[in-house]
Write a protein that binds this ligand. Structure first.
Ligand code: SF4
Ligand code: FES
Length: 255
């Protein structure tokens, strides 16, 4: 371990609000420890900016342990930066070298307008979720114990894997079409694989896909970039499953 920290040049997208035109600004940071997290490095920058009487850089974060999906930075042209299977808050400065220039931008997608600096509005994903990403259960006291319903182990595992999606939006930011299909398919799959999800299956896929289109996300052209950059390893298999669910729903409608 070197006892001297890194000297870095940061190029960061600054934008006052959603109506203003943004631009890249350059900042210098010195003596950054390789053990710091990426967000801690930004905290150091913000302290420096505040001490200089400048406006700190606005960025989203919450849990800082890869759970909530809030952190959302495009770092050197990659969603969540150069490491794999992690969120921005799990990225460490040891992935960078002394003298590096790091370019930091917000998610870029028409459906994710920038609200300030590195923060984008991801409420489009919430509206898709609200359109059908749930099951309606009567919680009056007569609810059947979930463990009393036998579920094939392989289906349970696949459902659990799909449920690992944290709604970060990296799949959208990475896709050249700004498609949200990996996200939406994960939210549909986690229920499509379970008996509890069957009652509302048809309405769920119809309403969520409809909302996805209304929000202005692009189409999937099978480049696989979303799967490669997803911090939770959500598989493209989910998109195939969503398409099957959608076709099944259309066939049932015709009957
Ligand atoms: S599918 Fe992956 S990249 Fe997309 S929102 Fe979910 S966790 Fe994030
Ligand atoms: S801050 Fe919660 S996942 Fe990064």
């Amino acid at each position: 371990m070197s006892d001297k920290g890194m000297n870095l040049t940061l190029k960061i997208w600054r934008q006052k609000d959603s109506k203003s035109k943004g631009k890249m600004e350059t900042y210098k940071l010195s003596d950054i420890s390789e053990h710091m997290s990426f967000l801690e490095m930004l905290d150091v920058l913000n302290e420096q900016l505040i001490n200089e009487g400048q406006e700190p850089v606005a960025f989203d974060h919450d849990c800082r342990e890869g759970i909530c999906g809030m952190c959302s930075l495009y770092i050197n042209g990659e969603a969540h930066g150069p490491d794999r299977g992690i969120t921005t808050c799990q990225l460490h400065m040891r992935m960078f070298n002394d003298g590096d220039t790091i370019v930091i931008e917000p998610w870029r997608a028409a459906a994710f307008p920038v609200t300030k600096d590195l923060i984008v509005d991801r409420s489009a994903m919430d509206r898709i979720q609200q359109a059908g990403g749930f099951i309606s259960v009567n919680t009056s006291g007569n609810t059947q114990d979930a463990n009393a319903i036998p579920i094939n182990k392989s289906d349970a595992d696949k459902s659990f894997d799909a449920a690992a999606c944290i709604g970060c939006g990296a799949c959208v930011a990475t896709c050249k079409n700004a498609s949200a299909m990996l996200f939406v398919s994960a939210k549909i799959s986690q229920f499509a694989l379970l008996p509890q999800g069957q009652v509302e299956a048809k309405e769920r896929v119809d309403n969520m896909v409809k909302q996805m289109d209304l929000e202005g996300f692009g189409n999937c052209t099978n480049t696989g970039a979303c799967e490669a950059e997803c911090p939770k390893g959500i598989s493209l298999e989910n998109i195939a499953r969503m398409n099957r669910e959608f076709i099944k729903s259309a066939v049932l409608k015709d009957k």
